[in-house]
Ligand binder design. Structure first.
Ligand code: FE2
Length: 431
């Protein structure tokens, strides 16, 4: 396959990209060779596929079953999920995940790190998601984190369930220290997660400090443990919303610790802006990890969608650009350079956390996993939020969209004319 006239992030000019089998064989401004399968993308932006670093595939698309979350709070969501959990089956998980993954793929995501709730005593979640990972491996790379939703030390058998999930094949070890009964238990739960991770040589991905309580300071414990256990670069902390409420002196200490430990922070902007700040009157906190400051201090940050139509989040369309759209608003990353660079949050920064840099990217010799955005640069992509034209995995098209045609009345003449976002530009050049 040859993709003609592609714009590549960070490079001037347009390029042809030749794919052989499942590898990018050549990138040059004019490839002479011809191929049966050629796509002229007319200057559109080509990027590696988006990576969703934090998702819950086991609860996806369960909205309204057995009931809707009327308060819109995290805790009511957990209650509803514990009711649904009782009737979980492997078939149900596979069916919902299949439909959700098709949606996510159509928006350009082909790598997902999902949590599997291991406080489900039958571990149906883990069994179901292992089946999802196996069945759909040709179109999507799924990593599973064994996630103790209700805590590791809150029930006597939870530690064993966590370990069993890892034995069954979960890729990463999770934790949720701020939900343990006491601070001491929270610290102990971090020790347990590290102990299991080290024993099975797994990475760690916790839900850490997902609260507005400024006294919730487990992230520093996680970072310190990472350094002491020499687990540098192998630990991810999701949400970390309490960071929003820390004082600046403490936040500054934390940035240095996180950078040293090479902990990746994964905010989930759609869910954080929906669930945090719930105890506030006005002014209300945003309750999002400090993305801008973390990046400025050299901390790796990637994003997650977290939920789609489940007990915690009633909306969502599986679109990481929409997640980024929320992030750049709430974190105020709207400077020109910030907007252009913001795409790292759903691409290369996540690849760094997953340690897949050697295969990930639009470069010769890397895997032929690409998306052709229906936009000509990063700003246009975020402004119009259109589905990608093509999603390519292992050198094969796994999602495509026919180019849409819209006719709108021209206010000057009243006549219907073809409308395209290109008309918004001053000239045919980029912004
Ligand atoms: Fe989560």
């Amino acid at each position: 396959m040859i993709i003609r006239r592609a714009k590549i992030r960070g490079r001037d000019g347009l390029f042809d990209i030749r794919i052989e089998d499942n590898v990018i064989a050549e990138i040059s401004s004019d490839i002479q060779a011809r191929d049966e399968e050629e796509i002229d993308v007319e200057g559109r932006l080509v990027t590696p596929p988006f990576i969703d670093m934090h998702f819950h595939l086991d609860s996806v698309l369960t909205l309204g079953d057995p009931r809707f979350n009327q308060s819109g709070t995290l805790l009511e969501g957990i209650e509803i999920w514990s009711e649904y959990k009782k009737k979980l089956t492997i078939e149900d998980i596979v069916d919902r995940a299949r439909r959700a993954l098709m949606l996510m793929i159509s928006y350009g995501t082909t790598r997902i790190r999902t949590h599997a709730d291991v406080t489900d005593k039958k571990l149906t979640t883990v069994k179901g998601l292992l089946e999802v990972k196996r069945l759909f491996r040709d179109v999507v790379d799924v990593q599973i984190t064994a996630f103790p939703q209700d805590g590791i030390l809150t029930e006597p058998e939870n530690r064993e369930l966590l370990e069993k999930a890892v034995e069954m094949g979960a890729d990463n070890v999770g934790m949720i220290p701020h939900l343990e009964y006491t601070r001491e238990d929270g610290v102990k739960s971090i020790d347990i997660a590290f102990e299991i991770a080290k024993r099975y040589d797994k990475d760690i991905d916790g839900h850490v400090d997902e609260t507005d309580d400024e006294h919730s300071r487990f992230l520093e414990v996680v970072a310190a443990k990472t350094i002491k256990e020499n687990y540098i670069g192998r630990v991810t902390a999701g949400h970390a919303t309490a960071m929003h409420s820390y004082n600046d002196a403490y936040a500054d200490k934390l940035y240095r610790l996180l950078r040293k430990a090479e902990v990746t922070i994964v905010p989930n902007p759609l869910i954080n802006i929906h669930l945090q700040g719930r105890y506030d009157k006005y002014p209300k906190r945003r309750g999002l990890a400090r993305i801008k400051e973390l990046l400025a201090n050299g901390v790796n940050v990637a994003l997650g969608h977290d939920c789609i139509m489940d007990p915690w989040y009633p909306l969502g369309r599986g679109d990481m650009m929409l997640v980024l759209f929320m992030a750049v608003h709430v974190a105020q990353l709207m400077g020109y350079d910030e907007l252009i660079k913001s795409f790292d949050l759903i691409t290369t920064n996540a690849a760094k956390a997953l340690r897949i840099n050697s295969i990930y990217g639009v470069e010769k010799g890397k895997k032929a996993d690409l998306i052709v955005l229906d936009a000509f640069n990063e700003i246009e992509a975020l402004a119009h939020l259109k589905r990608p034209l093509y999603v390519i995995k292992n050198g094969k098209i796994i999602s495509m969209k026919t180019r849409e045609e819209v006719e709108v009345a021209d206010p000057l003449t009243g006549k219907l004319v073809k409308f395209d976002e290109k008309m918004l530009r001053k000239s045919s050049s980029y912004y």
